[in-house]
Design a protein. Sequence first.
Length: 308
Amino acid sequence: MRRLPIVASCAVLFSTTLVAAREGTHPLVVSSWDTRASSILLHYRHGFLSGGGIDIVSAAGSFASTSGKFSAQFGLHYLSFADASEDPTLHGVSASAVGVLALPVLPRYDDGLPHAAVAFYVGSAPTGLFSGRRNDFSVPLLLGAGAPLSPARVVSITPWLELSPGMSLDTRIRAIELSAEDPEQYVDPVTGQVRLDEDDVERILSNAVDLESSFAVGFRAGVDLALHATSVTDVNAMAAVSSVGSAFRGKAVVYAGGGFTFRWDAIVPAVLPADRRLRRERCENIEERFRSCQSSRGWFDGEANSSR
């Protein structure tokens, strides 16, 4: 019977290579609703839930289109997850890719920020969380909408909603009981070495590991706040409600957090008024463009006649 822990340890060793998942543990992926310029974003969010919590540290980069209406955002996230169960805290990573389309519905300020817009996003954030006894992996499809509102040019408030249909795998390692005859099957009485063939390993894994796959639709809602501290820096805060598991059925989670946005590129000219946009143009280019306009021909004809 002294050899029983050896066999049980083998079961754990082989089974920890499997991966699995829990719905609703993916990070919040929209780092900024501002699509005027490319930027780098750093955020921290904490999720409060009964008996545990979720920590998310994120670094992301956004790349604005020349129209100023679309932003491609890519992020790398560290996560930790703990709940009221006896399972240890899970640690993991996620990589996100999302496209944000923001369509202004009211005029823009002179820095290109719209007074109000409607925004939509789509993307994915494969997420893996790992521990010795439990390993989670999920691949959600993220579909969301928001309404960026800017009552003043220094502040933006964005309420938003998200649906996240996706597949997940759940692996749990549980204890197994061996009969008194088992040591005679696995342990050589002369050398004391454990011998396991392929059938033995499969049988131990089938008894020690529970592997399940599932499909669920998650739901999140929240509000993001952006203070436009300078022309290149934003200070961000957020709050959201969600659940671990299917929408409205799993444990409720309340998120709170904040971060910083650094615009590493200039605001795209397309969203700026003409007087600000033309400040970056050479005078020769402006003159050449003016001469090519149909409305300018009469002006040049009049100038030529007056010179005679």
